[in-house]
Design a protein around this ligand. Structure first.
Ligand code: AMP
Ligand code: GLY
Length: 425
């Protein structure tokens, strides 16, 4: 079967790497892809949100399966676009409907869903211009720190954690009255701060049943020791040492199962990945956020540890036979270390030539491109997160040191990566 994968990051390179290993994969197209995906499939110069152009491509190239990597096309309704078009009825789309994608696209929608289904999450209230004054009063009596979240998508920047009431009220005003995050902050969720350690858990669902994929922990801060600004993610490890069997059982019983049951009861059209952004408080899991897609850089460790045919899994999710499949996990540890552009997550230059990419990697390391492109035959930087190396190992430290060693052979002006991924394990 011909497959079209939408997106261009490290997540998509890792998904592409896994998809082409399937016996069901004939041609793999990636739109728009990066310099790495070009080595596993065919890049196509299409925007993941240009639905009519995607339709033409799918029909012309007899694509039978569309896998949506990032959230934007989902939140904009790509699945509904395919469902409604009579010429696209035979095409399998992996990703929820626009309505269901609000689990990621609207923090208030997600919180209300969790409340209806008794899923553990931080206590909250939602406010907009209509109950603004009430929000100010709520903030005045709220314990500190307090968390303010723009309701809509804000490129990962819409969450503020404040330990001062006056500042919290000032930010609240900025968000609602001055559109600090544009339309995304017209509505604000105010929630209690939870103190604990975060992890990412993934399931593939058809909206009724589910299979659980390997869990991961990502490292969001730019600086070593988890300091400095937030980024898209500087590295990841899987499995997560503190997520032992008894904790993962709680995650399944208290979070995954009620979430999927909620999707079913409310008749959500949801065939795709659910990303549970969790925090472990004491020994109990709470949901920080849902995403309707895989994580990045988590996918770069989850796919290498997924011991199953990914295309078979996706097709089973489409035809309701997920539970007939065996999903094993590679027992090895996998860690990824992300190299970024100098200056990231602030401003940075692009089009910088990358060298050392042809150096042979050890057999237990994998190179995934993220923000790379090809200019005049040369691989160049094309984004903040440039590329990552995932390695298998017997321990977190073993895997991370292999990735660091492999990265030492790769260079471009301004290259930076954290040397301490997995430091706490
Ligand atoms: P979100 O976009 O909802 O994932 O929030 C971004 C980050 O803010 C999370 O990864 C957490 O590190 C932090 N965060 C969000 N909500 C809370 C909360 N209720 N308590 C503590 N930290 C939070
Ligand atoms: N690594 C976090 C995310 O993909 O949202």
């Amino acid at each position: 079967m011909n497959i079209l994968l939408l997106g261009s990051g490290g997540r998509e390179h890792a998904l592409a790497w896994k998809l082409v290993q399937s016996t069901h994969c004939d041609q793999l197209f990636i739109a728009p892809g990066n310099a790495g995906t070009a080595s596993v499939g065919t890049n196509v110069a299409l925007s993941p949100t240009d639905f009519p152009a995607i339709k033409d491509f799918v029909l012309t190239n007899a694509v039978g399966l569309v896998v949506v990597g990032p959230e934007e096309p989902l939140v904009k309704g790509i699945t509904d676009f395919f469902r409604k078009d009579e010429n696209l009825q035979q095409v399998v789309v992996i990703g929820p409907s626009q309505y269901a994608a609000q689990l990621e696209g609207s923090k208030a929608f997600a919180k209300q869903f969790m409340e209806r289904h008794n899923i553990p999450t931080a206590a909250y209230r939602e406010f907009d211009a209509s109950n603004y004054e009430e929000g100010v009063e709520y903030l005045k009596q709220h314990a500190l720190p307090v968390v303010l979240k723009a309701d809509g998508l804000a490129a990962g920047k819409g969450v503020l954690i404040l330990d001062n009431t006056a500042e919290a009220i000032a930010e609240f005003e900025q968000m609602i009255k001055q559109s600090k995050f544009g339309d995304a902050s017209k509505k604000v969720v105010v929630e209690a701060f939870l103190s604990g350690i975060e992890l990412s858990v993934f399931a593939l669902t058809d909206g009724k049943s589910y299979v659980i994929l390997p869990e991961a922990k990502d490292y969001k801060r730019i600086g070593e020791g988890d300091t400095g600004l937030n980024t898209g993610g500087m590295g990841a490890v899987s499995p997560v040492p503190f997520a032992d069997a008894s904790f993962m059982q709680k995650v399944e019983e208290q979070i995954i199962r009620p979430t999927i049951k909620g999707l079913e009861q409310e008749k959500f059209d949801y065939t795709g990945f659910v990303f549970f952004g969790l925090i472990k408080v004491g020994n109990d899991p709470f949901v920080i956020e849902y995403n309707c897609r895989m994580g990045d850089p988590e996918t770069e460790v989850v796919m290498p540890r997924l011991d199953a045919d990914l295309v078979e899994l996706l097709l089973a999710a489409d035809n309701g036979t997920l539970l007939q499949l065996q999903v094993d996990q590679d027992p090895r540890v996998a860690c990824t270390v992300m190299a970024v552009s100098g200056g990231y997550p602030g401003s940075y230059n692009k089009d910088i030539p990358i060298s050392g990419l042809d150096t042979q990697l050890p057999s237990d390391s994998l190179l995934f491109h993220a923000g790379t492109g090809i200019k005049n035959g040369q691989v160049v930087t094309a984004g903040g997160r440039v590329l990552c190396v995932t390695s298998y190992g017997t321990s977190v430290q073993d895997a991370v040191s292999k990735s660091r060693k492999a990265l030492e052979n790769i260079s471009y002006e301004g290259i930076y990566y954290r040397k301490d991924i997995g430091y706490e394990f």
